[in-house]
Design a protein around this ligand. Structure first.
Ligand code: CTP
Length: 400
């Protein structure tokens, strides 16, 4: 998505400037050509040299520098950009843009660009809540600027409240979202992700190696394409994508309740979670002690959530996953049919690049009409996009 895109990263002053160094790294790693403009105060926090070294491009700081204008004039920088990202955006910068002031290189370039602009404010929480600031931010939204709201937490000034710059990966996702065509608007998608944990006693559980990466990638990609996304996720280390409503759960039964609480209003269900098939018959209330040389754990079957969804489909698109170690096609085809699915994503986890905790996958897509598509090795995010292309067709067909 960002490969070859020209991005202007506007940095204004604030303690959060250090986080933007990581954002720059993410953008360049994704193939974007990033040109950094720093305000005067931003240079008090991090030197231009840091941004220059990481972007591979000269950093622009001065509107009236003959040398910089000769190298690349600010109007052409604004003109060539596919996207402007302003992070952190101070109250001062937001106020200036809202009032149409252009008195330095950064504000002049923003005024001159026709590219979409993503503004990521960060400031003291009282400043953020100030009605004057809020009115400025609202008018920027009205003008069509994209705002990624700050998050709550403890601020550098010692206060606790809303005003923190979101994590770089959240800003990165929001940047992709701004550039992504919105072809899933009107679609409510429910995604499950990650493992479930079935408690044995207060210190132990049964689980599996699922990292949640595939399901989270689907949720992020769908949100960026304009879908309303609900994510029901077992325990993972991943950050919930911006704009996605997440319900964290632990056990398969908790996942089942959460799914059936939400399912009435959704158009599509994608069950990427690795649900534990069994749970202990009894959960010990105290830590179990080692006594006998051998011990037996009695397990009972969890409900098959996807199979239950298949029995009460009601016009929804239903997508399952089959992570197998042998007879991939046979097992996947069986699940496709038994669970009454529209599509199943099959992968052989013994193949290199297709396991649980890696960033890539090699999948086959088995359709209910018998078609089988073999996709090559690609990132989980790209698999998510490919899958959503098929889901879009199925969803549109069900609407007719
Ligand atoms: N699934 C589910 N509820 C379960 C078990 C699985 O909703 N209790 C869903 C998974 O989220 C996945 C699909 O069913 O989308 C296939 O899961 P998988 O574990 O591969 O298959 P099972 O049906 O559990 O069969 P087996 O473990 O015997 O391979």
């Amino acid at each position: 998505m960002l490969q070859g895109k020209s991005i202007v990263l506007g940095v204004s002053g604030g303690i959060a400037v250090y986080k933007v160094v990581e954002l720059l790294r993410l953008l360049t790693k994704a193939g974007a050509d990033v040109h950094v403009i720093m305000s005067k105060s931003a240079q008090e926090f991090v030197t231009p040299l840091t941004f220059q070294a990481l972007s591979g491009n000269p950093v622009h700081t001065d509107l009236f520098s003959l040398y910089q204008e000769q190298e690349i004039d600010h109007i052409s920088l604004a003109d060539r950009a596919d996207l402007f990202v302003l992070a952190p955006a101070t109250a001062n910068l937001v106020g200036k843009i809202a009032q149409g002031l252009a008195d330095d290189l950064l504000t002049t370039s923003i005024m001159a660009t026709k590219a979409p602009v993503l503004i990521v404010p960060a400031m003291n929480s009282n400043m953020y809540e100030n009605p004057v600031y809020q009115r400025n931010q609202e008018s920027l939204t009205d003008y069509g600027y994209h705002i990624l709201e700050p998050i709550s937490g403890s601020l550098a000034c010692g206060w606790v409240g809303k005003g923190k710059l979101p994590d770089p990966v959240m800003i990165f996702d929001a940047a992709i979202s701004v550039l992504t065509p919105k072809d899933l608007v009107g679609c409510h998608l429910l995604v499950t992700a990650g493992p479930t944990q079935e408690e044995i006693d207060p210190v132990r559980y049964i689980s599996n190696y699922s990292s949640g990466k595939m399901g989270f990638a689907i949720a992020a990609a769908a949100q960026q394409r304009g879908a309303q996304v609900t994510l029901i996720a077992g325990p993972t280390n991943l950050t919930v994508p911006v704009g996605v409503r997440c319900f964290p759960i632990f056990s398969a039964e908790e996942m089942r309740s959460a799914v059936f609480d939400q399912v009435e209003s959704v158009d599509v269900v994608i069950k990427a979670a690795a649900v534990a098939d069994y749970r202990p018959v009894n959960r010990a209330s105290q830590k179990m002690k080692k006594t006998a040389d051998q011990s037996t754990l009695h397990l009972e079957k969890n409900h098959d959530i996807l199979a239950e969804l298949g029995q009460q489909k009601e016009g929804r698109v239903l997508v399952g996953f089959a992570a197998e170690t042998e007879r991939l096609m046979a097992h996947a085809a069986e699940k496709l049919q038994n669970k009454n699915l529209d599509l199943i994503v099959a992968n052989d986890i013994t193949c290199e690049g297709a396991g649980f905790d890696v960033d890539t996958n090699i999948v086959r897509l088995l359709h209910a009409d018998g078609r089988v598509e073999e996709l090559e090795l690609m990132s989980k995010f790209e698999v998510a996009q490919q899958l959503l292309d098929r889901v879009k067709v199925l969803w549109k067909a069900k609407q007719q």
